[in-house]
Design a protein around this ligand. Structure first.
Ligand SMILES: [Zn+2]
Length: 297
């Protein structure tokens, strides 16, 4: 090989190496945890703007926790369809606030629904009345969510452990509807994810008082109340001790989310942080041992 050819070959080799390194860096951005060999359970924290909608899929079953705000219900239905949803086996309303149940009407219209779970917290809001009316007119089974209880999903052993609400309901809190919202721990073999709805500091205090610490521990946390500083207390977060935290909020929102103090607390815990405003929909894939997090953006 002549010196020139040698230099060219070296340059080519260096270029290939540079590409390979760039490829690795790009892959590392999304595959933050060792990849799950074959995903048996998927949780998609959907980007529905300012609100919650979380899709759990396992063993051919679809569970939808909340349906986001009404203005993004079209986007929600499209996202569910693109995730392969043709029917919803279990539909859960964590609490009757518009950013969680606003899209329920569109979901009930677009898909057959097997069963609905609701906390039964009465509110005069029209959205909630319409939600109940639709369930009744479609003759869908409606069950009250109460802790402690367990909702099995499919035949592979996945389940939702209901941690909140418990009776007697919390009263005279900053927001009783938020304080008594449904908090559930999704478990599948060695994997766990805490879906904390809009739990408040009062709700976190109740959880710490009634639950064994191990029952709150989770690999992944759906951050309470869009990162509110009135939730996410240090002692509660330290008990949950998540490796990854996923928060839901729109870039433009009335709650000044994300709250800086919550981000600092999560950072102190060493939790990787994702949010729907910056990352779009955030997907957690697991085989029950390892898990992987993929983001839309
Ligand atoms: Zn909310």
């Amino acid at each position: 090989m002549s010196p020139i050819k040698h230099t060219r070959a070296l340059l080519l080799l260096l270029t290939i190496c540079a590409f390979m390194l760039a490829g690795c860096a790009a892959a590392a951005k999304t595959n933050l945890v060792p990849a799950a060999a074959s995903s048996k359970l998927t949780v998609t924290v959907l980007d529905v703007g300012q609100g919650d909608a979380i899709l759990v899929q396992t063993d051919g079953k679809n569970v939808l926790v909340d349906a986001g705000p009404r203005e993004n219900s079209g986007k929600l239905v499209r996202s569910l369809k693109s995730n392969g949803v043709t029917r919803i086996d279990i539909l859960i309303a964590t609490h009757p606030h518009a950013d969680h149940i606003g899209g329920m009407g569109a979901v009930l219209e677009a898909f057959g629904v097997g069963k609905v779970y609701d906390t039964g917290q009465l509110t005069a809001a029209k959205t909630y009345g319409n939600f109940l009316k639709t369930i009744k007119s479609k003759k869908i089974q409606l069950e009250l969510l109460r802790a402690p209880s367990r909702i099995p999903i499919g035949r592979e052993g996945a389940a939702l452990e209901v941690i909140m609400p418990a009776e007697p309901f919390l009263q005279a809190t900053r927001s009783d509807l938020n304080s008594n919202s449904a908090v559930m721990r999704l478990v599948y073999r060695n994997f766990s994810m805490l879906l904390a709805a809009d739990a408040t500091s009062e709700a976190e205090e109740r959880m710490l008082a009634v639950c064994e610490a191990g029952k709150l521990k989770a690999d992944v946390l759906k951050v309470p109340h869009h990162t509110s500083r009135h939730s996410n207390t240090v002692s509660w977060l330290e008990t949950v001790k998540p490796e990854a935290a996923i928060a839901t909020y729109a870039r433009e929102n009335d709650g000044r989310f994300p709250h800086r103090s919550t981000l600092k607390r999560l950072e102190k815990l060493g939790a990787r942080y994702f949010n729907t405003a910056d990352n779009g929909s955030v997907k957690v894939l697991t085989d029950g041992d390892k898990y992987e997090i993929r983001t839309e953006k």
